[in-house]
Design a protein. Sequence first.
Length: 162
Amino acid sequence: MTTIIDKDSLPYRPCVGIALFNKDGLVFVGQRIDTPGAWQMPQGGIDEGEDIEAAALRELKEEIGTNKAEIIKIADEKLTYDLPDELLGKLWNGQYRGQIQTWVAARFTGEDSDIDLTADDRPEFSSWQWVPLEKTIDLIVPFKTDAYRKVIDMFRSVMINI
């Protein structure tokens, strides 16, 4: 028997997303281990009582093995996305309908050799690359398209100042 989940009754998971820019103005994207062919910028949950900058740097350390970065902008607007129906109940122990994200732009202060996708016990990415911010829209899963379009708009001016 299939359990029907009432999406509207579920809250959004608080999350931070990081547009990590290198010295050439390109952003980091990783290919998800659990969804081959799907790429995304680092992102993850915000722990209770954790501020945005601390969450962003922690997520970078967990997901890419380094937090050699300086935060240059925190977006004023929070973005949301809903999970597609087929993923409801499968992610985050079925507690959330999607995520409410605070995005930050950060300048990578390390070297490419500092990036280690296997540094954490539970790696999320199988490979990575630097890409133009606008290209991220073509690499992500479709249900995040609107959110990424807004991230591109919010951080377009940041690219100019890198």
